[in-house]
Design a binder for this molecule. Structure first.
Ligand code: PNS
Length: 162
């Protein structure tokens, strides 16, 4: 049986922390879908199409594993997408206990609605403090974000925040 996982999120934009989790997930599953999701609770900088394009570029830039597929979910439940793809698991990265507090109810509801489990991978220590929102804030204040995102993502952010 082909093992398939979904790594969902807003990815506004994708960071090196996300890419690290993705590559590690790709070593555990036959196929990993990086799912760019429309989250109506979040005010985003990039459209879903822009985020998908940045994810594809970032994967090429870091020479990510070839079993990672960029996908999008602009409406509907994640569990329905998982069933459509035949995915057995969702992957979530966590940095601190605050992430677990945010993620745990989603993992529980997703399991309640379907048989899809959520697997949590701890952030690599070097990326433990990297988040899309902090990257946007640092760049908006003219800081250097080269340690947190790929060059293409940094250029897209600079262009957007001009
Ligand atoms: O990066 P984010 O925005 O914190 O990720 C949250 C996301 C997009 C994974 C979550 O909002 C989600 O799964 N949305 C899809 C709709 C859905 O299935 N909602 C029920 C979640 S229990």
């Amino acid at each position: 049986m082909k093992t398939i996982a979904i790594y969902p999120g807003s990815f506004d934009p994708i960071t090196l922390g996300h890419l690290s989790i993705l590559n590690r997930a790709a070593a555990l599953f036959d196929e990993v879908h990086l799912m760019v999701v429309h989250n109506p609770n979040k005010k985003v900088l990039f459209s879903i199409a822009e985020r998908v394009s940045l994810c594809n570029k970032a994967l090429l830039e870091v020479q990510a594993a070839s079993n990672i597929i960029v996908d999008e979910l602009s409406s509907g439940l994640l569990v329905d997408k998982a069933q459509e793809l035949g995915a057995q698991a969702f992957i979530k990265g966590f940095r601190t206990s605050a992430d677990i507090e945010y993620e745990l109810p989603m993992a529980q509801v997703n399991r309640d609605l379907s048989c899809v489990e959520t697997i949590f991978l701890p952030a690599e220590p070097g990326y433990g403090y990297v988040s899309s929102s902090l990257v946007k804030e640092v760049l908006a204040l003219n800081g250097d974000v080269s340690g947190y995102v790929t060059p293409n993502v940094a250029s897209a952010l600079k262009e957007k925040l001009k």
